[in-house]
Design a protein around this ligand. Sequence first.
Ligand code: SF4
Length: 238
Amino acid sequence: MDKKKKVTEKKMPADSPKAFTPAAEDLQDAPQRVKKILAVLRKTYPQAKCALDHDDPLELLIATILSAQCTDERVNIVTKDLFRKYRQAEDYAKVPAAELEADIRSTGFYHNKAKNIQAACRAMVDRHGGKVPATMQELVALAGVGRKTANVILGNAYGVPGIVTDTHVIRLSRLMGLSPQSDPVKLEQDLMKLIPQKDWTFFSHLMIFHGRSICIARKPDCEHCPVREYCSFGRIGR
Ligand code: SF4
């Protein structure tokens, strides 16, 4: 058997975090466990906040679009100069596409990102007086903006609570046994029922911080995890 075939046929171990889906019994006590999880994570990461540098809703919108398939650190490096050059939605709308592409190139997928940024900024100039709208409905009507990005903007720029179902939030919510969903919209709906509305934005930050420091994708450090006793994956003895 050649090496390539061997790799494709390799099965994921049953106890792998990637293969884990919480069972019905895991979900039953999720409302009680999520309260404990929130309390512990709040104490563990009191500094949890949006990792994308920004001073206003427009900067956050641009940074969030750039963060797709890119690290927050890289986005922050790029936006340092970008935000000095482009001050308003009109600046992005008017610049030649090739120039904007060159400015954001190192964030990857720069052709599509530039296209979305320009289309979103043109729509904001045409329909919202150059401002970033502050409702879910208006935000998701902008190019490149889905519910996840809209919740980032609403929660962090406008103080409207929103759950951001990014890759960490999806992965950790399943491991913790808060929801079996991997579809972001369905997961968001499950979490909205479990978590008090006032905590939606901070909950997302906490999960992202925990997913970057302890519950990391390639190997969650369950042994040193402060929420292990409340976590479906962790409490069954890993
Ligand atoms: S115990 Fe902690 S590190 Fe392990 S899967 Fe659960 S949340 Fe992640």
